[in-house]
Design a protein around this ligand. Structure first.
Ligand code: NDP
Ligand code: HSE
Length: 428
């Protein structure tokens, strides 16, 4: 008889319950596909008494996930609790120390501690798998590490936070202001416990840093991700972008350039008719570019019980089959320490301002832009609103740093009624 793969699952929330359901419902299929039974030995969560809609009576219960991680009768520790400190980190470290393979959906844990955990796992001969941590149901980690293994990856791009994409597309479709749609997303349960992880771009930044590492063979460098959230995007920006033929997306871009590793997760204007521009609701999209394959586009659900459990099960099946890939695609000692790019590739920018409605205000703004070497492509002045005049400028290609300096200089001219909104235009 073949040896079963024995799982210990810590975390029985949205994702954990989804995994339990698949294992219970598809036992024969999974065994046929992997050549061995996949069984759950023990589980852990905070509350033992909670009705989770699945039968847990067959599994041993551990109050402490660290105790679960160390059990002799599990082969794989499945971490589905979340958080980059506390029980998730403690139990993952304990599992590796005990020689268990680890499967996790926890992007925060790996973005912050991935290098140390990968080193510990490799020293113990264990694997860490994390397909569900990036873009939910989309098998992007597998695509990079396996399907595209023959490529030099040149660029990774994408929309990797479904909540932000929901908020931005709902603002666009319903013409609603940010605060109202944020409240809707909250009521629908879309937001993380700390909403800033979503709308501040941090969750998506964690995901991008993991993809960068696999794509470019570099150490995970979440600290090097230029992060900007969507909190300052107004319905005015959404409408102005639409008039110009664009949509606003929280877009991640990572590329290894002569200037270093460029990683940014920022709201950008993308062409309305591009695949990224057409992406609506909570769906994710990842664009992978390699020297041989050129470009592939992966699109699918970035969150939710079924899609995320689907990704966890892909990892479970790989471990059951005996596939042993280094955490970030190459042995941990081969991951390079790469400097963050000192400057990003230049791009046109959208610059929306409210100017005090007085003679020479517009001229002052244009002069400051010129002083910083920024050339204006298009300019439009909107309807005066009392003492303020809305102005929209589209620049020719420039550096974000030059634009930031110009905006700082504009502030001292006394013509700005409020802080300008500057968004990169990505003609993807
Ligand atoms: P939930 O909040 O739904 O579930 C978390 C689970 O962890 C709960 O069962 C909770 O127990 C348990 N837990 C929390 N703290 C402890 C502790 N100290 N000891 C034991 N158990 C604990 O989270 P999700 O299922 O949504 O997310 C799990 C992971 O998957 C996270 O890392 C998340 O980022 C990631 N992820 C989630 C996605 C999603 O769509 N939900 C998508 C992609 C990734 P109890 O139920 O008793 O409170
Ligand atoms: N908060 C995340 C999102 C969940 O909205 O995409 C999936 O990682």
């Amino acid at each position: 008889m073949t040896t079963p793969l024995r799982l210990g699952i810590a975390g029985l929330g949205t994702v954990g319950v989804g995994v339990v359901k698949i294992i219970r419902q598809k036992a024969n299929l999974l065994a046929a596909r992997t050549g061995r039974p996949i069984v759950i030995t023990a589980v852990s969560a905070r509350s033992r008494d909670k009705d989770r809609g699945v039968n847990l009576a067959d599994y041993a219960w551990e109050d402490d996930p660290v105790d679960l991680a160390k059990r002799d009768d599990i082969d794989v520790f499945v971490e589905l609790m979340g958080g980059h400190e506390g029980p998730a980190k403690d139990a993952t470290e304990a599992a590796i120390a005990a020689g268990k393979d680890v499967i996790t959906a926890n992007k925060a844990l790996l973005a912050i501690h991935g290098q140390a955990l990968a080193e510990a796992a490799e020293a113990k001969g264990c694997v860490i798998r994390f397909e569900a941590a990036v873009a939910g149901g989309i098998p992007v980690v597998k695509s990079l590490t396996e399907g595209l293994a023959g490529n030099d990856i040149t660029r990774v791009m994408g929309v990797m936070n479904g909540t932000c994409n929901y908020i931005l597309t709902r603002m666009q479709d319903a013409g609603l202001p940010y605060d109202e749609v944020f409240a809707e997303a909250d009521a629908l349960g879309y937001l993380e416990a700390d909403p800033n992880l979503d709308v501040g771009g941090i969750d998506a930044g964690h995901k991008l840093s993991l993809l960068s590492s696999i794509a470019f063979g570099t150490k995970v460098a979440f600290d090097g991700v230029e992060l900007e959230g969507i909190q300052r995007i107004s319905i005015e920006d959404i409408n102005q972008a639409a008039d110009l033929g664009y949509r606003i997306k929280l877009l991640g871009v990572a590329q290894l350039t002569g200037r270093g590793l460029e990683q940014r997760m920022t709201p950008c204007l993308v062409p309305a008719d591009s695949p990224l521009g057409q992406l609506t609701g909570g769906t994710n999209m990842v664009v992978l570019e390699g020297d041989a394959v050129e470009q592939i586009v992966l699109r699918g659900p970035g969150a939710g019980e079924g899609p995320t459990a689907s990704a966890v099960m892909g990892d479970v099946c790989d471990v059951a089959r005996g596939l042993r890939i280094s955490t970030f695609g190459v042995p941990v000692g081969a991951l390079e320490s790469t400097q963050p790019a000192q400057s990003n590739s230049p791009a046109p920018f959208y610059l929306r301002m409210a100017l005090l409605d007085r003679p020479g205000a517009l001229a002052k703004v244009a002069t400051v832009l010129g002083e910083f070497g920024i050339s204006i492509d298009r300019m439009r002045q909107g309807q005066h609103d009392g003492s303020e005049a809305p102005v929209l400028i589209v620049t020719h290609k420039t550096q974000r740093s030059a634009l930031n300096e110009a905006i700082a200089a504009m502030s001292s001219t006394g013509v700005l009624a409020s802080d300008p909104v500057a968004l990169r235009i990505e003609n993807v």
